[in-house]
Design a protein around this ligand. Structure first.
Ligand code: ATP
Length: 328
């Protein structure tokens, strides 16, 4: 997909004011021709944005979009008594996680930095998989966190992050999501969000963590066609989604869960996680490379390992590279 340039973003902001706006008026605002406006609008439409035209009136978005604004995020965060995080909004980026990792290598990232983007050109899932990240549609969020207790202490962190997503969606929209080990957020078995924790560090020294969250807000069909498993977006369940508020709330809950994690690991959290576990009591298959194991999924333990009942015995499986699939 071709990335939108600054003019397309400006056109989108003009359209997002709500009323019809003519190509002529947009062109005058941006200092470009009406024909150029028309071309940009066609390519925004090709990217899945629902913009329509009425002769004599101009262009309009079929529904208002929630666009990211740094100042709105900061205000919402302060209203929640949030403190300690710095926010940055990028229109388009390769991947918010990759960017924070890059800054980390260059020594240019502060602890508790949050980076969000309107679009990722190379959104990532685990093991090189693609995270669909169309423009102005969903939330692409990364948080940098430094943990001084060595890499081992970071095992199981995606459990705490999943709970922070759960807390946020419950608080904002009264939405009950389920969590899938180790890193997915589902509604009725369909994927609403994914978590990707990347780390850099040594066994004993400080551990640098980049916590990525991709959360579907209003997925256009063109991108949905590229997702090869059941998915959903927030717009199916809630109205008036404000991405800036979502960023602020998510950040506050994430800070709380990270602090809790730092103090007690998953001790106070794993049972909560088990209460919202997507596949509790179901027959599942775990796979890693060429190995796979089947059993009844019992949940997770206090270390964040998934526990399967196999031949009458409980067995624990741990590791960032294991996939879990439900088997009927
Ligand atoms: P695992 O169980 O191993 O985590 P997974 O399929 O959930 O498997 P992830 O790496 O977590 O893998 O996520 C990437 C996968 O998620 C993609 O291969 C695709 O199937 C799906 N996917 C990609 N983009 C989206 C999106 N925006 N919303 C929902 N699902 C997506």
């Amino acid at each position: 997909m071709k990335a939108p340039d600054g003019n397309k973003l400006a056109i989108l902001h003009a359209l997002n004011q709500g009323d019809f706006i003519s190509g002529q008026a947009i062109g005058e605002q941006l200092g470009i021709s009406r024909a150029a406006v028309g071309k940009h609008i066609t390519s925004l439409q090709e990217m899945g944005l629902d913009i329509y035209k009425v002769n004599g009136k101009g262009y309009r978005l079929s529904r208002p979009l929630s666009l990211l604004e740094q100042s709105d995020i900061e205000v919402a965060y302060q209203q929640l008594d949030g403190a300690g995080c710095e926010f940055e909004v990028q229109p388009i980026i390769d991947s918010t996680n990759t960017e924070l990792m890059r800054r980390l290598q260059q020594g240019k990232v502060h602890n508790n930095s949050v980076l969000v983007a309107e679009m990722q050109k190379q959104g990532k899932g685990r093991r090189g998989r693609v995270w669909q990240s169309p423009f102005a549609a969903n939330l692409y969020y990364s948080y940098y966190w430094r943990l001084d207790d060595g890499m081992h202490a970071a095992m199981g962190l995606s459990i705490a992050v999943g709970l922070a997503v759960y807390d946020s969606l419950k608080a904002l929209y009264d939405l009950d999501v389920q969590l899938k080990w180790p890193n997915d957020v589902l509604v009725n078995g369909r994927k609403l969000a994914g978590v990707l924790v990347e780390l850099d560090g040594t066994a004993e020294g400080p551990c640098h963590l980049v916590i990525g969250i991709g959360l579907n807000v209003a997925m256009p069909q063109t991108s949905a066609d590229n997702i090869d498993q059941p998915w959903c977006d927030l717009s199916e369940f809630c109205d008036d989604i404000n991405k800036n508020q979502l960023v602020a709330v998510l950040t506050c809950f994430l800070q709380k869960r990270l602090a809790q994690y730092q103090q007690q690991g998953l001790q106070g959290m794993y049972q909560q996680w088990n209460n919202v576990h997507a596949f509790a009591g179901q027959c599942v298959e775990l796979s890693s490379g060429t190995s796979s194991w089947r059993g009844i999924c019992e949940g997770i333990d206090e270390q964040g390992a998934v526990v399967l009942r196999v031949d009458g015995q409980s067995k624990r499986y741990f590791g960032g590279e294991i996939s879990l699939r439900v088997k009927s």
